[in-house]
Design a binder for this molecule. Structure first.
Ligand code: ADP
Ligand code: MG
Length: 352
């Protein structure tokens, strides 16, 4: 297939929107990159620039070592010549065409001979498990089936790069899980360089070889899911990626510890005001420490027991501080709890 290089990409929409600012990332041949960001962060603009549906205002994009767009040099390869397959957010199937013709459409545009078209459509339909749907219309398909047709249409040209814009957002929660598994195994089987953009962190968690987090058109961090979870680059990333959500509390660094209100956390910290992030999985209520290195904090009072997903979480209060902590015993609201901390789980940020 092909590697991808995005260099200092900017997209300015007059009069005043920078949809992308100085975005650089390299994607390895066969890699699955997930671009994660809130609504309006520039995700769709980013993949539209790669597909050639949008022209950046600065920067370059290379497929392998071939520039497909280079603003400074005036290079701009049209979408049809870029050899990318794109799955749009709403799938964008043609309602008046049968599944066969929807999938065949990109090949007919390329004016491939009819027999070749027939062969390729049947092959890709076979690979996606939709061979028995070829004579139906899109309205006669379930959401999951429509999505497979959209993917088949993106793949039928045998593109070098697969681009997907929030492909699961129209699926219900259960179907979303099987659709993710399907996309991941298909991507692995084909070894196709893939970029999927989404606002749903669970997509990123399930699919990404690497993850690029973007906000307001600016890249916040690029890394594997583990790297981003364990070493979030800033407060935005710490809050945006991680489930259940991280505790973020204002603290005061004191050299050998941090004061979180009246709660003392014995970790090395620079002097001064800090934002302290601790995931609820790194601070917990239990009868004894779960791991050898874990340390015990001052006992706190449980003010609420709640469930985040299937994980029971206690809201623990000290005099002036409140933290959500995973719960491994059967205490109740009002009880005083022993609280333990995994030291490496404490993230310190210089400012908000
Ligand atoms: P996302 O896909 O992350 O929701 P988009 O890439 O669609 O974000 O949009 C990023 C920003 O660019 C938004 O502020 C959006 O309003 C703006 N934008 C997108 N397309 C256009 C356009 N054609 N004209 C003007 N502004 C646009
Ligand atoms: Mg979008």
């Amino acid at each position: 297939m092909v590697s991808l290089q995005v260099e200092k990409l900017e997209k300015f929409f007059p009069p005043n929107v920078y949809a992308l600012r100085d975005v650089s990332v390299s994607i390895r041949d066969g890699e699955f990159l997930v671009v994660l960001g809130p609504s309006g962060s520039g995700k769709t603009t980013f993949i539209r620039c790669i597909a050639g549906l949008e022209t950046p205002t600065k920067g370059r994009i290379l497929f392998g070592d071939v520039p497909v767009v280079d603003v400074e040099r005036g290079v701009n390869v049209p979408p049809a010549k870029r050899n990318v397959g794109m799955v749009f957010q709403n799938w964008a199937l043609y309602p008046h065409m049968k599944v066969f013709d929807n999938i065949a459409f990109p090949l007919k545009i390329k004016k491939l001979p009819r027999r070749e078209v027939e062969k390729r459509v049947r092959e890709v339909a076979e690979a996606l498990g939709i061979s028995d749907l070829l004579s139906r219309y899109p309205r006669q398909l379930s959401g999951g089936q429509q999505q497979r047709v959209a993917i088949a249409r993106a793949l039928v040209k045998e593109p070098q790069v697969l681009l997907m814009d929030e492909p699961f957002s129209n699926l219900d929660a259960r179907l979303r899980i099987s659709a993710r598994e399907f996309v991941k195994s298909l991507q692995r089987r084909l070894g196709i360089t893939t970029i999927l953009v989404t606002h749903d962190q669970h997509d990123a968690y399930a699919l990404a070889d690497r993850l690029m987090i973007i906000n307001n058109g600016v890249v916040q961090q690029i890394g594997t899911t583990d790297e981003v979870l364990n070493n979030p680059a800033n407060v935005f990333v710490a809050q945006f990626f991680g489930d259940p959500p991280i505790n973020l509390v204002e603290g005061e660094g004191r050299g050998d510890h941090v004061d979180l209100g009246d709660l003392k956390i014995p970790v090395q910290a620079p002097q001064g005001r800090l934002q302290v992030g601790i995931r609820p999985t790194d601070i917990y209520v239990a009868d004894r420490p779960l791991n050898p290195g874990d340390i015990e904090l001052a006992p706190g009072r449980i003010v609420l027991v709640e469930y985040l997903g299937f994980t029971p979480v206690a809201v623990v209060r000290w005099e002036r501080t409140e933290i959500r902590a995973a719960m491994y015993n059967k205490l109740r609201e009002g009880d005083t709890a022993r609280v333990f901390l995994r030291k490496e789980g404490v993230k310190l940020f210089r400012d908000g």
